[in-house]
Every structure is written in structure tokens, then in C-alpha cells.
Design a protein around this ligand. Structure first.
Ligand code: XMP
Length: 488
């Protein structure tokens, strides 16, 4: 039967993406790339020193990546395909990785076993634990140095710990703390009140990190910022509560089709209950999608449907919007409401970052480009032609199988359920790339140059001055090295 109200398709919209355009070079007064600021915002109240966010994918962001990204001035969003406890643990690892003063340090009682102390150190990735008595008074400290060659795990903490702990009073400044650590050649300085009760901890590692990463993205307590993804069904609300409890800086409501009643409802419910937490929602690809999420109260919107390197959404469903058009259209309305957008998916090089920001995005989310680094989860695959790491779509079959195993256990998996699953992502490998720091340095370097070509020294200026030129297939060939034989 034919529908009566057929829509007239006399004017089909046009869509373009990064490779369809170039940025027209403009007169530049920038004398050095160092004078270019890459500061931006992630969401209403979170500033970034570099406009790069690592994607909430299980082959990209857990705590190691989030720590690396925040140290460099960006941020990482820990994926949601973990149990609530595991995801919370990842967030805690980031929040504890460095701070001015660790307010609630991990502690242990002198009567616990060495085995338990070792477990705590491994669980939280720390090199020492303050030992306190039943009245919270500091009675010792146990560090990796105390236990290095001690294999008798049944020994008690009190038998192994260092008893003469050097402490400092509340109110000790970071500079005073540094002097005390230096003078006593120690790594950890418990802060105590007048009764000797533990009030916090300052560590040499945190001080060094502060100096090493001056551009780090930090909260008001000097802790690295981190985000976490949540869904819109099942345990999502409980998950949000648990993440907020451990001071996760931003929640990302992340579903493939973010312009949906479910996402809108989830966003308003979370903002209603926890008005202070920053909420990002997505993914959408249209101005109406952005507006509906902004009306629901979100603090940023993630834009990109089917643009990711591992996505097959557009092939499987026929739906999507070419990414540059999606950014241009979405940024226009988001800017009217003063809400930032995050361009998510399809970034292949620093040029794409410049284009996405020039088109109005405040930051870019990156998946596969970071999946090959040391800090991404997963092992390195060694093949005759080189080293690789995995990058897989969160809607790929392999990711779906892993999720089911986690939820139900291997034995309970119903094969027919998996046969019915329609993947919208693929499993892939990306070349191993070494440290995240090096990858990000290249991307930010390219972005700075791109900004300079546009005559811009800030991202706002880039957005005001940028002018795109639509290019032909022949121009795309001209963009690439041509008429030469590449050495590598
Ligand atoms: P890049 O290009 O940086 O893209 O690797 C990362 C983004 O891709 C999205 N994503 C998916 N999209 N099916 C999709 O259609 C999937 O299975 C899938 N997994 C990830 C996501 O937005 C991510 O940030």
C-alpha cells in the first residue's frame, strides 16, 4: 500500500565532510606557534587546554588513557561497558592519580596482613599506604620500599611498616611540603591535626607531576578531570549516582541515536536530580537534535552519526549526516544557546581537527587515532608486518558478545540472541603508535599550524575567521603526496 502523504523530495539536502573542503589561508600575525592558544571548553563549566577528548570506547579509554589525556590538557571519557564497580574504580584511579592534597588517602590498620597491604597497593596503583590506628591517628607508613624483598605475606603491617613517620600540620602549603619531602628524602607526607589524626596526604609524585604537566586539566582540588559514559536504560541511573559519588567530573549519556526520547528523558532526569554535575549527551547530527538535548538541560552535545572509523551505521541503516555538515549545522544552533558541541568521529589527522573546530566545534572526540597507543586498553598484536592494537566499534559483534559474557556469564549466553544482533560497527586493528603524549603532540602541533594558516591565535578567532573552500576529486589527489615514490 502506498502512503498518502509522501514527502516531496524535490530538494535533497547536500552534505560534505572533511575531505571535501580546505581552509583558505589568511594573513597571519602569529609569530610563533607557541603564541597560539588551544584553550577551549568541553562543556558549560569544564575548560580544556587542548580541545581533544579520548573516546568512550573499550579499546580507547580506561584510567590509563584518561590520566594521559588530562595531563596533556584534554580529557578522557571512560567507556561504560564495565560493571558499575569497575567503572567507578577506573574513575577513582584517575582522581587519585594526582592532586594537591589527597583528602581521603587509602589507609590500613597495623593489624592487617602484608598480603592485604600489597593487594590495596595493586588495586589503587599506589606505592605506599598510611597506617592508622582505630582513632585515625597515624602510626606508620608502609611503602613498596618496605616490602620489596619481603615474601612472608602473612606478616602484619605493624611488623614491616616504617614507624617514625614524618608528618606536617594542616594548612601546610605545597611549597612547604616540597621542602619537607626534599629535606627528609621521603615520598609521602601525611597531614595531621593537633591530635595526630590523618587529614590528608601530599606526595612527591603529585608535586613532580604538577611541574611536569603545567597544562593539565584539573578540578578545583588539583585532581585530574575525567568523564564517564552512561547509557539510557537498565542501571544507568544507579551508575550515574555511583560515578557522581566518586567526583567524576562529567557524565556522557552516550547512545548511537542520541536524538531519542530515551536520551532526552535520561538527560533531564539526571540534571533534575544532580543539577551540579556536567552532562553531555549524544550522538546527534541535526540542529533539532541539538536543541532537544539542550532543552533537556545538557551542558554539551556530542555530534556525529556514522562518521567514526569503525562505524558501519550508514551502510547498515542508510542513516547519517556527513560529518562536516553535521558540525556546521549543529554548531550554529548550539552557539545560539551558548552550549559547546563535541565533534565525534572521523578525525584522521590534525587537519581534520582544525576543520572541525573551524566549523564550530569546541572540541573533538577521537577513537581509533588513539587506540594504537600504550595507554589504550588491550594487548599489542605482533604480526610479521608490524605491531598493532585493536580498535572496535562499540556496536560491533565482538563488543556485543563481550557485553553479554560480562552480564550473564559465558554459559548463559543465548546464541540465537547473538545471531539476531545487527552490528553497526566493525572490529579492526590500528598500527601501534607508542605513547599518547607523542600522538597528541603531533595533533596539537598540526592544529596550531592550521590555526596560524587561518590567521587565528585562539579557537574563537579560528571560528570567526575561517573560510572553507569546496574542492574537487582532483584537488583531493593534489592534497596527497603525488608523482613521487614514497620511501615508507
Ligand atoms: P573515530 O573515527 O575517532 O570515531 O575512531 C570514534 C567514534 O565512533 C563512534 N563509534 C561507533 N559508531 N558504530 C558506530 O556507528 C560503532 O560500533 C561505534 N563505536 C564507536 C563513537 O562516537 C566514537 O567516539
Amino acid at each position: 500500500m502506498l502512503g498518502k502523504n509522501l514527502k516531496p523530495f524535490d530538494r535533497i539536502k547536500e552534505g560534505i565532510t572533511f575531505d571535501d573542503v580546505l581552509l583558505i589561508p589568511k594573513r597571519s600575525s602569529v609569530e610563533s606557534r607557541k603564541n597560539i592558544s588551544t584553550k577551549s571548553i568541553l562543556s558549560r563549566n569544564i575548560e580544556l587546554n587542548i580541545p581533544i577528548v579520548s573516546a568512550n570506547m573499550d579499546t580507547v579509554t580506561e584510567s590509563a588513557m584518561a590520566i594521559a589525556m588530562a595531563r596533556l590538557g584534554g580529557i578522557g571519557i571512560v567507556h561504560r561497558f564495565l560493571s558499575i564497580e569497575q567503572q567507578v574504580r577506573e574513575i577513582v584511579r584517575v582522581k587519585r592519580s594526582e592532586s594537591i592534597l589527597i583528602e581521603k588517602p587509602i589507609t590500613i590498620s597495623p593489624d592487617r596482613s602484608l598480603e592485604e597491604a600489597k593487594e590495596l597497593m595493586a588495586q589503587y596503583g599506589i606505592g605506599g599506604i598510611v597506617v592508622i590506628d582505630e582513632n585515625s591517628r597515624v602510626v606508620g607508613i608502609i611503602t613498596t620500599r618496605d616490602i620489596k624483598f619481603e615474601e612472608r605475606d602473612q606478616l602484619l603491617v605493624k611488623d614491616v611498616m616504617t614507624k617514625d613517620v614524618i608528618t606536617a600540620p594542616e594548612g601546610t602549603s605545597i611549597y612547604e611540603a616540597k621542602e619537607i619531602l626534599k629535606a627528609n628524602k621521603i615520598e609521602k607526607l601525611p597531614i595531621v591535626d593537633e591530635f595526630g589524626k590523618l587529614k590528608g596526604l601530599i606526595t612527591a609524585k603529585d608535586i613532580v607531576k604538577r611541574e611536569e604537566y603545567p597544562e593539565a586539566c584539573k578540578d578545583s582540588k588539583g585532581r585530574l578531570r575525567v568523564g564517564a559514559a552512561i547509557g539510557v536504560k537498565g542501571d544507568y541511573f544507579e551508575r550515574a549516582e555511583a560515578l557522581i559519588q566518586v567526583d567524576c567530573d562529567v557524565l556522557v549519556i552516550d547512545i548511537a541515536h542520541g536524538h531519542s526520547d530515551l536520551a532526552i528523558k535520561a538527560a533531564s532526569k539526571i540534571k533534575e536530580k544532580f543539577s551540579k554535575v556536567e552532562v553531555i549527551a549524544g550522538n546527534v547530527a541535526t540542529p533539532q537534535g541539538v536543541k532537544d538535548l539542550i532543552d533537556a538541560g545538557v551542558d554539551a552535545v556530542k555530534v556525529g552519526v556514522g562518521s567514526g572509523s569503525i562505524c558501519i551505521t550508514r551502510i547498515v541503516t542508510g542513516a547519517g549526516v556527513p560529518q562536516l555538515t553535521a558540525i556546521l549545522n549543529c554548531a550554529k544552533i548550539a552557539h545560539e544557546y551558548n552550549i559547546p558541541i563535541i565533534a565525534d568521529g572521523g578525525i584522521r589527522n590534525s587537519g581534520d581537527i582544525t576543520k572541525a573546530l573551524a566549523a564550530g566545534a569546541s572540541s573533538v572526540m577521537i577513537g581509533s587515532l588513539l587506540a594504537g597507543t600504550d595507554e589504550s586498553p588491550g594487548i599489542t598484536i605482533i604480526r610479521p608486518d608490524g605491531r598493532y592494537k585493536m580498535s572496535r566499534g562499540m556496536a560491533s559483534l565482538a563488543a556485543a558478545i563481550d557485553r553479554k559474557i560480562r552480564e550473564k556469564g559465558l554459559e548463559e549466553i543465548d546464541e540465537s540472541e547473538l545471531l539476531e544482533y545487527v552490528p553497526e560497527g566493525v572490529e579492526a586493528m590500528v598500527p601501534y603508535k607508542g605513547k599518547t603524549t607523542e600522538v597528541i603532540a603531533k595533533l596539537v602541533g598540526g592544529l596550531r599550524s592550521g590555526m596560524s594558516y587561518c590567521g587565528a591565535s585562539t579557537i574563537r578567532e579560528l571560528q570567526e575567521k575561517a573560510e572553507f573552500i569546496l574542492i574537487s576529486e582532483a584537488s583531493i589527489r593534489e592534497n596527497l603526496p603525488h608523482d613521487v615514490k614514497l620511501l615508507y
